[in-house]
Design a protein around this ligand. Structure first.
Ligand SMILES: [Mn+2]
Length: 363
């Protein structure tokens, strides 16, 4: 008899579980619907006042046997799961997400295609210092069959007393050398007001790590058609990085490349810690090309080659590296830039690894 009763109680419990399941999913559907309405109205998803009202109503009606604190704890779990659900919906809707667009985005810079499965190199001095300096590096690029020339004209430096770059003069030098040698210019812009002007001189606008969340700059880069190379912030999560890219793409510019450049950790053996796993994650989560800046990620000449190989092995669409004709006298990042013979060796070894084949035919 008592066994029968236990069976009955268990079967009642199963039925209640299923009712709770149905109700909890019904609740989730309502929350999703509210999320869609809020998104349309541009209202923030999380509303603490509303959450307080809901909790008060629930506690008013709590007749036990659960204590109010237990009920509050359980409902808080349900609330936060629902909020997560709205977040997931939101993530699915991101323009840069793989869910929104299956195919890889290929960024075209003249005849160079970034993201088509054939990795590229981006190389050049940290800062533009003179025509001769840039010209020497440009010639080394050309000799190695590399088209994308980088160089900093506007330098956001840690200290205001450090060299700040040549500004527009630097952009003009880059443009002149690139035109003379048939190269393409990648250069950082730091001021939203300079974006329009920069499009006259650069083929790729770089947005640096320190400006990854300069939202006005991101919006300005979204308003032009020039491709953008967006670097990950020093302490930015992958999610923040993806959202920064979304600012540019949602503004109307879909030619965006992501660049992992190392993140800040407790490790001192390298300047930053190269987050190698960010590469396959970004490739999975977004359809944008992903590059790795081995110079700033490591800050060490002796491990540029192995980290570049690692980057390409995990699926990076390109590698960025700093080259200077005489790094010892460079006005910025003197310790980590490589000279031209070292650069030639780097490119040769990278080609020998079979991971990098760009323009091999022109050699
Ligand atoms: Mn640098």
């Amino acid at each position: 008899m008592s066994n029968e009763k236990l069976e009955q109680l268990r079967s009642d419990l199963d039925a209640v579980n299923l009712q709770i399941l149905e109700l909890i999913n019904r609740r989730a559907e309502l929350v999703q619907e509210i999320g869609r309405v809020k998104l349309k109205q541009g209202i923030n998803r999380f509303d603490p006042e509303r959450e307080r009202q809901m909790l008060n109503l629930i506690l008013e009606h709590n007749k036990g046997p659960f204590e109010d604190s237990t009920i509050q704890h359980l409902f808080k779990q349900i609330f936060s799961a629902s909020l997560e659900l709205q977040k997931d919906d939101h993530r699915k809707a991101l323009l840069v997400s793989r869910k929104k667009k299956q195919e890889d985005t290929v960024v075209e810079i003249g005849s160079v295609r970034v993201g088509d499965g054939d990795p590229v190199l981006v190389a050049g001095p940290c800062s533009v210092e003179s025509y001769n300096q840039v010209r020497q590096v440009g010639e080394a690029l050309k000799a190695n069959g590399i088209t994308l020339l980088r160089g900093g004209a506007f330098k956001p430096r840690t200290s205001p007393y450090d060299f700040q770059g040549l500004g527009v003069e630097g952009l003009k030098i880059l443009r002149r050398v690139a035109d003379e040698l048939g190269l393409k210019v990648v250069s950082e812009i730091v001021n939203p007001a300079d974006i329009e002007m920069a499009t006259e001189y650069v083929d790729v606008i770089q947005i640096g790590a320190r400006n990854m969340q300069n939202f006005e700059l991101l919006k300005a880069a979204g308003r032009v058609k020039t491709p953008v190379l967006l670097k990950r912030g020093l302490s930015a999560t992958i999610e923040e990085f993806i959202h920064a890219a979304e600012y540019i793409v949602s503004g109307g510019n879909d030619q965006v490349m992501l660049c992992e450049r190392g993140i800040r950790t407790y490790e001192k053996a390298t300047r930053n810690t190269l987050d190698i796993s960010a590469v396959p994650i970004l490739k999975q989560e977004t359809h944008l090309p992903v590059l790795v800046d081995v110079t700033h990620a490591t800050g060490r000449r002796d491990i540029l080659l192995p980290t570049a190989k690692a980057a390409l092995a995990v699926g990076a669409d390109g590698v960025m590296i700093e080259v200077h004709p005489d790094p010892d006298v460079a006005l910025s990042d003197a310790k980590q830039q490589i000279n031209i013979p070292q650069f030639n060796e780097f490119v040769t070894k990278l080609r020998e690894s079979g991971l990098y084949k760009e323009s091999a035919s022109v050699l």
